[in-house]
Unconditional design. Structure first.
Length: 299
């Protein structure tokens, strides 16, 4: 990966300037002045259980709805939010919708999924971290169960089962995408959920980056996402590295997480090209072949 791992707080490439950070706390409902080092230090010293990272790429309205959901189900004293604004927003993200600690990272130019989350989580204070898609809706709180699970299995990546708005199961838990599997799915048009309608906790090859949760220490030990992936497959590659290192990847039967897939790869040429490039990069990686040789028939 291209980022530089630097102790307990860093897998950020020190050769690149960090984006300007604004911070706000709902307790004071005011933006953070970057010269106010005392306020920043006070913010940093507050202990939280979870750090949640969300990237907005023109999704300001969706992020605001997600903030409203989080406000209604979470104890803000136990969570900090880091929102990365990856490009200009038609609808501004409103940090005052979240009553706890929140940071807004604004990129001078768009970055990839892996880079954005790595930069955000290099500043994480939570014992656990999660990446969330801006289009998620949460009507129940999955984090107590995720906390309990990750405390018992600290070397794991985990995700809740996800439904669409009509109550249909989403395929956010996947089997390894091999050339043969890709041909079956698209060439032979045999597209179906890889694990079917799973009603219990299940170990899976990988979970989609729309919701991934893990311990901060183990995420940092793995140096975060591989930044050579711009978009797509960085979630797969991280999960495979967890397995290879002796960790596990789990899908958990937790309710209340809703996401309507956009399938942009199938409708936008730019995303189709990114996806193809990422798949080829994954297939040519040592991680892919090490995983395939070790776990090909175990799940």
């Amino acid at each position: 990966m291209q980022g530089q791992y630097g102790g307990s707080k860093g897998f950020v490439d020190s050769r690149q300037a960090r984006p300007v950070i604004e911070a706000a706390t709902g307790e004071s409902s005011r933006a953070f002045n970057k010269n106010n080092s005392v306020f920043l230090e006070q913010l940093r010293l507050r202990s939280v259980d979870w750090t949640l990272s969300v990237i907005s790429h023109g999704h300001g309205a969706s992020v605001n709805r997600l903030l409203g959901d989080l406000r209604s189900i979470l104890d803000p004293s136990k969570f900090e939010l880091i929102i990365t604004i990856n490009c200009p927003e038609p609808v501004a993200v409103d940090p005052t919708l979240w009553p706890g600690a929140i940071e807004i990272v604004r990129n001078e130019r768009p970055q990839g999924f892996a880079r954005n989350h790595n930069v955000a989580l290099s500043n994480a204070r939570g014992r656990f971290v999660a990446v969330l898609d801006p289009d998620l809706r949460l009507n129940q709180n999955p984090f107590p169960s995720l906390t309990e699970f990750l405390q018992s299995r600290p070397h794991s990546l985990a995700a809740p089962h996800v439904l669409d708005s009509d109550g249909n199961a989403q395929d956010n838990m996947r089997r390894l995408l091999t050339p043969a599997a890709l041909w079956r799915r698209y060439g032979l048009r045999k597209r179906k959920a890889d694990y079917g309608q799973v009603a219990a906790s299940a170990r899976v090859d990988w979970i989609a980056g729309l919701f991934m949760a893990t311990s901060r220490d183990y995420f940092e030990r793995h140096q975060g996402f591989d930044e050579s992936f711009h978009l797509y497959c960085e979630d797969t590659e991280l999960c495979l590295r967890y397995w290879i290192a002796g960790g596990e990847v789990w899908s958990l039967p937790l309710e209340g997480v809703v996401h309507n897939a956009r399938r942009r790869t199938l409708i936008e040429l730019r995303h189709f090209i990114w996806h193809c490039q990422s798949i080829l990069r994954l297939w040519s990686s040592r991680t892919f072949w090490r995983y395939l040789s070790r776990y090909k028939s175990t799940r």
